[in-house]
Write a protein that binds this ligand. Structure first.
Ligand SMILES: [Zn+2]
Length: 465
């Protein structure tokens, strides 16, 4: 659609400024007041109807157009704690000690998805395109909350297809799945006593935490080998000479399928109960959140692949390659080499003297799983969903790193962001014009999706604090 291209071209500056504004005001999950407002303002000024989300003030849905199809573009804008970083330099230097930073590039993510929605709206106004385009303002992705609770609220029920993207180091369709997950806290309560004078009167909540962790570590041998169990002790008592009356441990359980996570979680809770019994204390389990694995829709993925190839990957300027090379030089060489090998397997390479990929990778990875989790998973089990990743950072730089904060706040990030916006907007237009494609995506979805049961069905609302 020519109007999509024209909109993105003429609004380049405004969109990169918006992304930089969100980068400069990094806000962590559920606290993205200014970031979500900045995106709301853009969408409202372009004639989108805005709808809030109960109990999540930084979540919203913005709609434009009428009737079917309803295409959802998913945006995120939360930052990560502890990643405050000065812009434009290739050394770790926090702007605010302990402050947050956009180490996952969600400043770009939210802006590109909103830009795509606005560009499609422009095509609807000018080109007679029919349907509804919706931007989903999804907070707290890093804590796997936003989309999970938006799904629970039924906000995706009338959506035909969902598209999104994530900043990255390659241009490709994100064809791999991600891990389903549960986040749960177990709090034990015992009886305080003088640890030397009368320990027989005390019952240690910390003993229960340690016994639970021992049990969980034995449990590891008897779960699928690709499952993961991680924990941190968030409360271990106050002083060695007081038998701890309170203690808490926080667990993540991950596995490729939701049913596996549910099964491992049940066994972990048996372990918690056993630990409480051994230590003679009581316990309470608090599910914080949970999410599904991602089900990538191949029909929609193929459409995105086609758009990526048609538009062609962005080329980066000399100055952008210089910054990228300097950032890449701060990363262990084997991490870069590993990524280079992966690139070569796809028949790709870095440009001479460059650290930024300037080609589109062929589609691959269906049926494989990444080790991390995302709440895009929940949407993907409700409606056909596909996502891409584009180059917003040098090859080999790790996710959630200060290097990625720098890249996401630079012209490197801007180029990947505008490319993502263009691909998503063109794909949305194609879906609006070709209901047969949507039907094909839905048929694939019907064959592959499991019935969706909200992982947080028993929770009154998103976690606070
Ligand atoms: Zn992210």
């Amino acid at each position: 659609m020519a109007s999509v291209e024209a909109y993105l071209e003429t609004h380049r500056r405004m969109l990169t400024d918006l992304s930089d504004r969100i980068w400069s005001t990094p806000e962590t999950g559920l606290l993205e007041k200014e970031s979500s407002q900045a995106l709301r303002d853009l969408l409202a000024s372009e004639g989108f109807a805005l709808q809030g989300v109960e109990s999540m003030p930084t979540a919203f849905v913005a709609s434009f157009g009428h009737g079917s199809p309803v295409i959802a573009l998913l945006g995120e804008y939360d930052a990560l704690p502890g990643l405050s970083q000065a812009p434009g330099i290739a050394e770790a230097r926090p702007l605010i000690e302990g402050g947050a930073g956009h180490g996952c590039g969600h400043n770009l993510l939210g802006t590109a998805a909103a830009a795509a929605a606005v560009a499609v709206a422009q095509a609807m106004r000018e080109g007679g395109l029919r349907g509804t385009v919706r931007f989903y303002g999804c907070p707290a992705e890093e804590t796997l909350v936003g989309k999970v609770f938006m799904a629970k609220a039924g906000l995706f029920d009338d959506v035909d297809c969902a598209l999104t993207w994530h900043p990255g180091t390659t241009n490709s369709v994100w064809a791999t799945s991600t891990q389903a997950m549960n986040s749960l806290r177990v709090r034990f309560r015992g009886t305080a006593a003088h640890a030397a004078a009368n320990p027989e009167d005390g019952r240690s909540a910390l003993d229960a935490v340690e016994l639970m962790d021992v049990g969980a570590n034995f449990l590891r041998e008897h779960v699928p080998s690709n499952a993961r169990i991680h924990y941190v002790i968030t409360d271990g008592g106050d002083a060695p000479n007081v038998v701890p009356a309170h203690a808490e441990v926080w667990y993540y359980v991950r596995a490729p399928r939701r049913v596996e996570v549910e099964a491992i979680s049940r066994r972990l809770l048996d372990v918690a109960q056993g630990a409480a019994l051994m230590a003679g204390v009581t316990h309470e389990v608090k599910l914080v959140t949970g999410c599904y694995d991602t089900l990538p829709n191949r029909t929609l993925g193929d459409l995105l692949q086609q758009q990526m190839e048609t538009l062609g990957a962005p080329k980066y300027s000399g100055a952008e390659h210089d910054l990228a090379r300097a950032l890449q030089a701060t990363v262990p060489a084997d991490a870069v080499e590993r990524e280079l090998r992966r690139l070569r397997r796809h028949g790709l390479s870095l440009p001479p003297e460059g650290s930024l990929v300037e080609a589109v990778a062929p589609s691959s990875g269906y049926g494989e799983w990444d080790s991390g989790s995302t709440d895009v998973g929940d949407v993907s089990h409700l409606v056909p969903t596909a996502q891409i990743t584009t180059v917003t950072a040098p090859l080999g730089t790790p996710g959630h790193s200060w290097q990625n904060v720098v890249a996401a706040g630079s012209a490197i990030g801007h180029r990947g962001m505008l490319y993502a916006a263009h691909v998503l907007a063109q794909a949305t237009c194609t879906l609006c014009e070709h209901p047969d494609l949507i039907e094909k995506a839905k048929e694939e979805f019907r064959q592959e999706a499991e019935p969706y049961i909200s992982p947080v069905r028993d929770l009154p609302g998103p976690p606070r604090g």
